[in-house]
Unconditional design. Structure first.
Length: 122
């Protein structure tokens, strides 16, 4: 039950971070004359940072392998992001979408490995 609560807490942090990120990006889009390409790059980098932070924190508290923790968390977060995008945004799923989610999962795996290694040093 405790593991389920940890995953739900992680999911809550992720959804809260997405809401804050979307609010900030909407304000930036309204206030500044930044092109949509630059805004897309900024949102992608911001989402990678969110995945990295969540994977790092989960890696520090896990007792299993870092890569396994990263795969589990990355899949959960990517499935959540995929469901949100399919529900709220009508768009076709392309190969580039799966490559994008694969990169996000790799970022989570990498950050969980770093997190579990930092746990052993502390």
């Amino acid at each position: 039950m405790e593991k389920l609560l940890n995953y739900m807490k992680t999911l809550g942090y992720f959804i809260g971070s997405l809401l804050i990120l979307s609010l900030v990006l909407s304000l930036i889009n309204l206030i500044t004359p930044i092109s949509s390409g630059a805004l897309t790059i900024f949102s992608t980098i911001s989402l990678m940072v969110i995945y990295f932070i969540i994977g790092f924190k989960r890696g520090k508290i896990t007792s299993s392998k870092g890569w396994w923790c990263g795969i589990k968390n990355g899949l959960i977060l990517c499935l959540t992001l995929l469901l949100i995008s399919l529900i709220f945004f009508v768009k076709n799923i392309k190969l580039s979408t799966f490559i994008y989610y694969g990169i996000l999962i790799l970022v989570t795996i990498f950050s969980s490995i770093i997190g579990i290694n930092k746990k052993k040093e502390s």
